[in-house]
Design a protein around this ligand. Structure first.
Ligand SMILES: Cc1ncc(C[n+]2csc(CCOP(=O)(O)OP(=O)(O)O)c2C)c(N)n1
Ligand SMILES: [Mg+2]
Length: 397
C-alpha cells in the first residue's frame, strides 16, 4: 500500500513539474543554438586512443553541432550493404509505427500514465544494436520503447504493458517506463532521471567481476547528463576499466529546457575529459554513423580499455511526453529536421537511389510492419487486465 502511495505521489509530482515547466517555457523565448551553422566546423574521424596522449584528439576537434545532423559529427560514416540498409530500415520503421500507434492509443484513453515517444531518434538504438552481440546489455530511461523493440523484445508484450494488460512484460503492472527482459539483456526502463547510468555502470562491473566479455550500453539524455551520479559513475568506470558505453542521446531538450539553457558545457562528447574517458560526437540521425561509432566504442570496451562516451546528436519530433504541447520550440524547427534529416527517409532514399530496393519491396516491408503493429495493438486491447489479487505479488517488501 505504502509503495503504491509513494509511486502515486511521485507520479503526481512529476505531472505537476511537467506542467509548470511547460508554463515557464511559454514565458521564455526559445534559446539560440550555441554555435551558428557558419561556425560549425567539419570534423575529422575519431581514432580509438592507442596512446593516452592522443585520446582526446577527436574531442578537441569537435564543436557542438548547430543542427542534429552531420555538422558536428566526428564518427566516420561507413557504407552499408543492401542487407544492412534493409535491416536498419525495417527496425527503424517498426519503432516509428509502434510509437505512432502508442500515440493513437494514448489519445483514445487506452494507455494511461506517462508515455514518452521515441519518434525521430530511431537511428540511435538501431545503429547501436547493430554494433553489439548477444550477451551484451542495454539499460535506459523512460523513453524506452525503441530500445526494447531494437533489442528484439516482442511488440505485443511492450504494447500490452502500455495498456496495463496481463500479457505485458511487467504483467501490466509497470507501464511504459518499467519493463525488463533478462533473456534479451534489457535492464529497463527507469523513471528516475540518471538512475540508469549508475545501474548500467554496476552491470558493467558485474561483467568485469565475472570475467565475461559483455559490454553494457547505458543510454541517457542531455538533461540526465547534468546529474551528479553520472560523474561518480564515470570516475568508477574509468578507474576500474568497466566495459560500459555511455550513450548520450542529445535530442536538444530536457522536458521543455533547451540544452543551451541548462548545460555549461553543451558538448557532451567532452564530458569524460576529466576522467580520461574518450568520447565522440555522432550524427545520431544517420544509422551508418551510429553503427560505425558504436562498433568502435564497443570494441574499445570489450578489449578491456574501460568506458567510452558517445554523444548522439538527435531530435525528438513529439513533445517530452504525451502531455507536453511543446510550446518551447517552433513548428518550423521540427519540420526542418523532419524534412532534411529524418533517419528513416535517409535510408529509404539511399535504397532507391542506389537501386538496392524497389518501391514495391519497400511497400511490402511497410505492409509487414503495419501488420505486426496492428496485431500488437489488437493483443494490447483484447488481453485481460491483471487480476486485483496481483496487487500483492511482485512487490519488494
Ligand atoms: C531525478 C529526477 N529528476 C527530475 C525528474 C523529472 N524529469 C523527467 S524527464 C526529465 C528531463 C530529462 O531530459 P533528458 O535527459 O534530456 O531526456 P529526454 O527526455 O530528452 O529523452 C526530467 C527533469 C525525474 N524523473 N527524475
Ligand atoms: Mg533530452
Amino acid at each position: 500500500m505504502l509503495a503504491i502511495w509513494v509511486m502515486g505521489c511521485l507520479a503526481a509530482r512529476e505531472a505537476l513539474r511537467e506542467r509548470s515547466m511547460a508554463v515557464a517555457n511559454r514565458k521564455t523565448r526559445p534559446a539560440k543554438s550555441s554555435v551558428s551553422a557558419k561556425s560549425a566546423r567539419r570534423d575529422v574521424a575519431a581514432k580509438p586512443a592507442a596512446k593516452p596522449a592522443d585520446k582526446h584528439a577527436a574531442m578537441r576537434a569537435a564543436t557542438p553541432a548547430a543542427t542534429p545532423a552531420a555538422k558536428g559529427s566526428v564518427a566516420p560514416v561507413l557504407a552499408f550493404s543492401r542487407e544492412q540498409e534493409l535491416a536498419a530500415y525495417r527496425q527503424m520503421l517498426l519503432i516509428r509505427r509502434f510509437e505512432e500507434k502508442a500515440g493513437q492509443m494514448y489519445g483514445m484513453g487506452l494507455i494511461g500514465g506517462f508515455c514518452h515517444l521515441y519518434i525521430g531518434q530511431e537511428a540511435v538504438v538501431v545503429g547501436m544494436q547493430m554494433a553489439i552481440k548477444a550477451g551484451d546489455q542495454v539499460i535506459t530511461g523512460y523513453r524506452d520503447h525503441g530500445h526494447m523493440l531494437a533489442i528484439g523484445m516482442d511488440a505485443k508484450g511492450v504494447l500490452a504493458e502500455l495498456t496495463g494488460r496481463r500479457g505485458g512484460y511487467s504483467k501490466g503492472k509497470g507501464g511504459s517506463m518499467h519493463m525488463f527482459s533478462v533473456e534479451k539483456g534489457f535492464f529497463g526502463g527507469h523513471g528516475i532521471v540518471g538512475a540508469q547510468v549508475s545501474l548500467g555502470t554496476g552491470i558493467a562491473f558485474a561483467n568485469r567481476y565475472r570475467g565475461n566479455d559483455n559490454v553494457c550500453l547505458a543510454y541517457f539524455g542531455d538533461g540526465a547528463a547534468n546529474q551528479g551520479q553520472v560523474y561518480e559513475s564515470f570516475n568508477m568506470a574509468e578507474l576500474w576499466k568497466l566495459p560500459v558505453v555511455y550513450v548520450i542521446e542529445n535530442n536538444r531538450y530536457a522536458m521543455g529546457t533547451a540544452v543551451t539553457r541548462a548545460s555549461a558545457q553543451a558538448d557532451f562528447s567532452k564530458r569524460g575529459v576529466s576522467f580520461n574517458i574518450p568520447g565522440a560526437k555522432v550524427d545520431g540521425m544517420d544509422v551508418r554513423a551510429v553503427m560505425a561509432a558504436g562498433d568502435k566504442a564497443v570494441r574499445w570496451c570489450r578489449e578491456g580499455n574501460g568506458p567510452y562516451i558517445l554523444e548522439m546528436m538527435t531530435y525528438r519530433y513529439r513533445g517530452h511526453s504525451m502531455s507536453d504541447p511543446a510550446k518551447y520550440r517552433s513548428r518550423e524547427e521540427v519540420e526542418k529536421v523532419r524534412t532534411e534529416h529524418d533517419p528513416i527517409e535517409q535510408v529509404r532514399a539511399r535504397l532507391l537511389a542506389r537501386k538496392m530496393a524497389s518501391e514495391d519491396e519497400l511497400r511490402k516491408i511497410d505492409g509487414d510492419i503495419r501488420k505486426v503493429v496492428n496485431e500488437a495493438a489488437e493483443f494490447a486491447t483484447d488481453n485481460k487486465e491483471p487480476d486485483p489479487s496481483e496487487l500483492w505479488t511482485d512487490v519488494v517488501r
